[in-house]
Ligand binder design. Structure first.
Ligand SMILES: Cc1cc2nc3c(=O)[nH]c(=O)nc-3n(C[C@H](O)[C@H](O)[C@H](O)COP(=O)(O)O)c2cc1C
Length: 186
């Protein structure tokens, strides 16, 4: 998909040092389905969690391993006001649609009131094997869970979403496939 560079919001620089000890955070990782209406997630937390999921580390690599370094993951962020696409190289979010599309990101009511739903999409033209796609999205999902556990945020990864309307809300191209949606909030 040709990426649009207008309306690209620069995120705060992700904080890639510190945090709670990893072993403690793994012990606290859990799924939550209890979100309060109207709560927000800070731009700093959003930047940090997107970096944890799929940020650039060193040598052009990401926080997550990909088979044959195909780097097939794309993250979309669904908020109460828009859908945007994460560009990890530029640390930006580019608006792809405006409006509240959270209801399409879920079959469960709780996610439609949560402030953030991160859609884990793979570019099938970069990686066609489903098990490799699933590894990549799953590893990114775990990193989101761990970031949330250490930041005091709630999260749950979900395979339940509106398979007809969510791809349209994200304006996906034919080679882009949604694997999971991860809800984040308080
Ligand atoms: C691939 C996958 C799909 C899932 N889909 C959903 C879902 O659609 N809705 C939901 O509420 N939870 C979903 N979950 C969350 C699981 O129900 C949850 O991880 C499980 O109950 C274990 O709880 P825990 O994450 O707190 O350890 C999914 C988890 C995985 C790994």
């Amino acid at each position: 998909m040709a990426s649009v560079t207008i309306n690209a919001e620069v995120l705060p620089q992700p904080n890639t040092t510190g945090g709670k000890p990893l072993m403690q955070v793994m012990n606290q990782r859990a799924s939550s389905r209890d979100y309060k209406q109207g709560m927000t997630v800070s731009k700093q937390d959003l930047s940090n969690m997107l970096w944890a999921a799929w940020g650039i580390t060193h040598d052009g690599k990401h926080t997550v391993a990909t088979a044959m370094n195909r780097q097939e993951l794309i993250l979309y962020v669904v908020t109460p006001t828009e859908v945007s696409r994460y560009n990890p190289e530029a640390n930006t979010l580019t608006t792809v649609n405006t409006g509240d599309y959270r209801k399409f990101s879920t079959m469960q009511d709780f996610a439609a009131i949560a402030p953030i739903n991160i859609v884990l999409v793979v570019d099938t033209s970069k990686q066609e094997r489903p098990e490799f796609q699933g590894y990549t999205a799953g590893a990114a999902s775990q990193n989101i869970y761990l970031y949330c556990a250490q930041a005091g945020l709630k999260s749950v990864v979900r395979a339940g979403f509106d398979r007809e309307n969510l791809p349209k809300a994200l304006k996906l191209s034919a080679n882009e496939r949604i694997l999971f949606v991860q809800t984040v909030g308080k």
